[in-house]
Design a protein around this ligand. Sequence first.
Ligand SMILES: [Zn+2]
Length: 266
Amino acid sequence: MSLLSRQTLILATLACTLVACATSPLGRRQFLLVSDAEVSQAGAASFQAMQKKIPQSKDSRQVAYVNCVSAAIVNEIPRLQVQGRLHVPTGWEVAVFDSKDVNAFALPGGKIGVYSGLLKVAATQDQLAAVVGHEVSHVLAGHSAERYSETVASQIGGVVVQATTGVNGDLVGMATQAFILLPFSRAHETEADLLGLDLMAAAGFDPRQSITLWQNMARAGGGKPPEFMSSHPSDETRIRNLSERLYTAMPIYERARAEGRQPRCS
Ligand SMILES: [Zn+2]
């Protein structure tokens, strides 16, 4: 183990023991070293950098469609019933990137990014809702905050290294590393899948379509896997977990439809 990773581990263990342990919405213990406000600031900085780097869609119908699905999803956040604490941003902003990449993300601070290439694979409003629900759930469950905490911890642990190498950790660099570049863990992916399923169902999107989405994604394959396919869990495990969860998601969906939440985004 390197000096850097040993320091990080000691710091993380100490911090978790003393101050920074929280509980995720699905009851998992998590390590959080930074406040929601700090993570939101980093998310916003990272979003700004993405907007500078990647051209945004000029197709106003496409932008309106993605906004319609995203708004329906985030409006239902107050309705979510969970065990632990949700990390709910004060508002949400949506960007549609003009890119062939099949990808999407959500950042703390309430930022959602959808690549236009995704819309070819997430072919219906319900399938797009499955992706947006999944990405938003990473933020709500504090996954982005956990990864940022780990990145910050490694930077603090790396102070000695920085002094000798001159390598410095800037906000945007750390945020991009934590939110965009590092893959989520298997535990994070599973939580985002399950929370996302409840969320899309509460918004009146058919949760069964999430399974169709993963099947489409698996078929599309090729190239670098998008965030929500990032290798864990395997397609079959993911589809099995979602199928089992439909038992609770379907009644949520049926209640939403009965109460008039029937989004028509096109
Ligand atoms: Zn994910």
